[in-house]
Design a protein around this ligand. Sequence first.
Ligand SMILES: *Cc1c(COP(=O)(O)O)cnc(C)c1O
Length: 474
Amino acid sequence: MKNPADSKQVPASLYRQIPSVDELLGRPRLAELARQTGRTLLLETTRNVLEEIRTAIQRKPEAAEDAFEPGKIEEQIAAGVRRALEPSLRAVINATGVVLHTNLGRAPLAPAAVERFRQTATQYSNLEYDLDERARGKRDVHTVRLLTRLLGAEAAIVVNNCAAAVFLVLNTLAKGAEVIVSRGELIEIGDGFRIPEIMAESGATLREVGTTNRTRAADYEKAINERTRLLLRVHPSNFRVVGFTEQPTLEELVELGQRSGLPVCEDLGSGCLADLAPQGFEEPLAEASLSAGAALVTFSGDKLLGGPQAGIIAGKREYVERVRRNPMFRALRVDKLTIAALEATLNAYLRGALDEIPALRMIRISADEIGRRARAFVEKLRSELATGEVTLEIREGWSVIGGGATPQQQLATQVIMISSARHSAAQLETQLQAPSQAMPVVTRVEEDRLVLDLRTVFPEQEPALAAALCHALR
Ligand SMILES: *Cc1c(COP(=O)(O)O)cnc(C)c1O
């Protein structure tokens, strides 16, 4: 058998037919492209394309004929340049109904937060400069005021994300010592955040107590010894143990902590600042954990809070200050853009303007309102499609908050179900998510039908969503 990669089989004359770099770059279209995108990128792309052609000829000399067509090579080069310049991180339409979708970037920012972000990003700021004292300041001051006020906390600091917050708390308070955690709370959250692993990296030793489904305060008490530094409670986030279960209340743990001289820290994960009880949710409020006596709470900025990616550590001054002094704080601190967006988001809470925060607005929309939007949307699609090959139906369904909040509790919604006589749901899904789409659309698929939940679609995205659907369904 011939070795297909054996270059000796290919006559040199074939290679000589490949147009030269200069010849290609002299063609009007590529010369114009060089003016737009710069010569370096074009040159590099051209060399790569020619290299690919040489390799292809080597593999299959008989297919060479076709490869020499300069028009075709030109097209390959232009496409290569386009690909190199396309942004990788792009906006998509989230029609899944999962409000805090980690794969889709969790919370979208409020317009006010974006504006503050923009102002701070494009200008100098008093990030670490005290304008009153005309002296060096601390970046913490910009968020501490609002966080302490909204949480009823003595002190608060912000780090890169909640994983960093948990790490820092454990590393500061329990390095080289023991932390007691219930076996029912040794969770893994998406993408490798596992409590036992974070614990190990922090230098603290995990002391598991109780069983997966039942742990009592007495179990913690029995495990306390001279090496114990902390009682840790972890919000189970994305799972629930149901049935024969028991966990001590935070109050019971705090009482035990007080008797034993140990702080209790609670990793809330999602960290709810607004009462969602009117929406039928029982997500613990960060404020309630602190008033129940937790020494520290940790939670994310981009889950239920609805702000930028961040990790918030709040609670008793003594503990927050110890965490602040940890040299690792410097490595995990947030940048000015996060501070700007977080401050503006917290400002909306202070004004009670919850609907300004997109994630909270989406959570609070009623199923009736989504139903109205869905009917108008379907009406519009029907008139644009004008074909009997597509079936559009509105049904009752469920949206999910996501982000580790309220895993079992769902939001009643009205979903649009779409099927086509011509394309399978999987084909439609592929088409809608194709990177070539101006605005890729992420949906759910059930029973070979596309399922769209407008809860997570911004009203101003509806025309783009309709256009993408019409294109895919034709
Ligand atoms: C989500 C979550 C984290 C991690 O938060 P990030 O901000 O993604 O780092 C930690 N703990 C709990 C309980 C969570 O739900």
